[in-house]
Design a binder for this molecule. Structure first.
Ligand SMILES: *Cc1c(COP(=O)(O)O)cnc(C)c1O
Length: 468
């Protein structure tokens, strides 16, 4: 499979290069040249397969011949061995219409582990013995950072710099990052919002001389391999609920549009998805874009679902690419306009096309808390605030098809917010015991490109220092 940039002018890459690449050199995001399709029979054949085997079947067309099937299987097997549930991502029934897909049984208690544990394996595979060295730079609203650090700590050839907005991640999230003292891990608390941190990362990728000095890589959801690995659980869940005979709907708590974009790809691949609900908190740019065509950046409001406190949703560009008929030059012009004005009107024709699959909802804190209590009182499930936003949106858009809400975080990861909403303080699971006894290490920097680049330049390995 070849990968092309959404802005049309970056080099075409294969799967190995796209995994290590991050942002394309023209400022765009990589996508497969075309969407592979699984036939009805191939989807039916997924019934009863375990998670690793499902992942092999779904990922194989994207990987192409870069990895053999046996190697892909053993790599994915190693990745998911770190999950604490035998079903990897168990499906839990709430009532006659609603299900939860629990994606938080990995080492850092959020769905990001599903992709990141396998991405760590892919990095190791593509770098080991190559003599190559990468500087991974990421911005995190909390969960990406902990998942990436857990997956990449100690991986040879990788230096990780993770930027998080100071004071705007939960204590569990922060400690899952800052207590990892492995020498290749560097945490930076940015005095600003997540969007500030993300803008700094983008600026470093767009700074050609910096990117030449330090071979940069991204593990944010702009990384294609991460999205690919998230497509798998849409198939896994839908097949268990009757696909391909029966269509299934999904509700996805959304920030950077990565997770829900993976659902879109599953649909393009032939999975019968009746509806994809884009659930946002008060930071509702995606809801405004999909319901009214208004993709304009507002102020980030800190909420009790911090992993969704995002205004600029990077992966929305990947959907816009398809809505522009995959015309990279046209999209590049649109995105340049957006970057200059921080606003874009999504034309009605494109919005109409998107609405065939997508619905959206903005869920405020009261509706979130009410839904969290409903799940506890009526279904005996304690859910986290992100999941509660997804479930509240699911209840507004449920139709004939079974509705699966992606449960994106373990309630203990956001236990203060859960306690505020329902009075119960969820216990930390055994796999993160000791988190509050460990030493923390992180730097605090202003949201200034020069300061962050200087910090990284002192610690990263320049390209010309690559060992022979
Ligand atoms: C990252 C995250 C989200 C949002 O996912 P995107 O791919 O950015 O849309 C939702 N919930 C939790 C718990 C997360 O960590």
């Amino acid at each position: 499979m070849d990968y092309v940039s959404t802005r049309g002018s970056a080099p075409v890459l294969d799967f190995a290069s796209v995994t290590l690449a991050g942002l394309a050199s023209d400022g765009g995001l990589y996508v497969p040249r075309d969407w592979p399709v699984l036939s009805r029979d191939e989807i039916a054949d997924l019934a009863g397969l375990d998670y690793v085997e499902t992942a092999v079947r779904v990922c194989a067309p994207f990987v192409g011949d870069v990895l053999g099937e046996a190697e892909l299987r053993s790599l994915l097997g190693r990745a998911y061995a770190s999950f604490s549930h035998a079903a990897t991502v168990p499906l839990v029934q709430l009532d006659g219409q609603h299900w939860l897909l629990e994606l938080f049984h990995g080492p850092t208690l959020a769905f990001k582990d599903v992709a990141m544990q396998a991405l760590g394996q892919l990095f190791e595979r593509f770098l080991s013995g190559s003599g190559r060295h990468l500087t991974v730079i990421g911005a995190t609203s909390g969960d990406t950072g902990s998942a990436a650090i857990n997956a990449l700590a100690g991986v040879e050839g990788v230096e990780v710099f993770m930027l998080h907005p100071k004071g705007r991640v939960s204590d569990v999230q922060r400690r899952q990052m800052t207590t990892v003292l492995t020498p290749n891990v560097h945490n930076i608390a940015i005095e600003g919002s997540f969007d500030d941190a993300q803008a700094l990362v983008k600026a470093m990728f767009n700074d050609a001389s910096f990117a030449r000095r330090f071979p940069l890589s991204a593990v944010n959801s702009i990384n294609w391999a991460r999205l690919m690995l998230q497509i798998v659980y849409y198939f896994y869940a839908a097949v268990r609920l009757g696909a391909p005979e029966r269509a299934v709907a999904f509700s996805v708590p959304t920030g950077n549009f990565g997770d829900v974009f993976a659902g879109y790809v599953a649909s393009r691949m032939g999975l019968p998805i009746e509806r994809l609900v884009v659930a946002t908190n008060e930071n509702d740019i995606l809801h405004r874009a999909l319901s009214a065509g208004d993709y304009s950046v507002g102020q980030v409001a800190p909420t009790s679902s911090p992993s969704m406190d995002i205004q600029v949703s990077s992966n929305f560009e990947r959907l816009l690419f398809d809505l522009h008929g995959r015309d990279g030059a046209a999209l590049a012009a649109t995105m340049q306009g957006f970057e200059a004005t921080r606003a874009m009107a999504v034309p009605d024709a494109m919005r109409g096309e998107a609405s065939a699959l997508f619905a959206s909802a903005r869920v405020d804190v009261d509706s979130m808390a009410q839904t969290l209590r409903w799940a506890q009182d009526k279904c005996g499930q304690i859910i986290d605030p992100h999941t509660a936003i997804g479930l509240a949106a699911a209840k507004r858009h449920v139709g004939a098809a079974p509705m699966v809400t992606l449960a994106t975080a373990h309630p203990a990861k956001f236990r203060d917010a859960v306690e505020r909403a329902c009075g119960i303080r969820p216990a930390l699971p055994a796999r993160v015991a000791g988190l509050f006894d460990r030493e923390e290490r992180y730097a605090v920097l202003p949201a200034e490109l020069g300061a962050v680049q200087a910090f990284i330049a002192e610690r990263a390995r320049p390209a010309d220092a690559v060992a022979a």
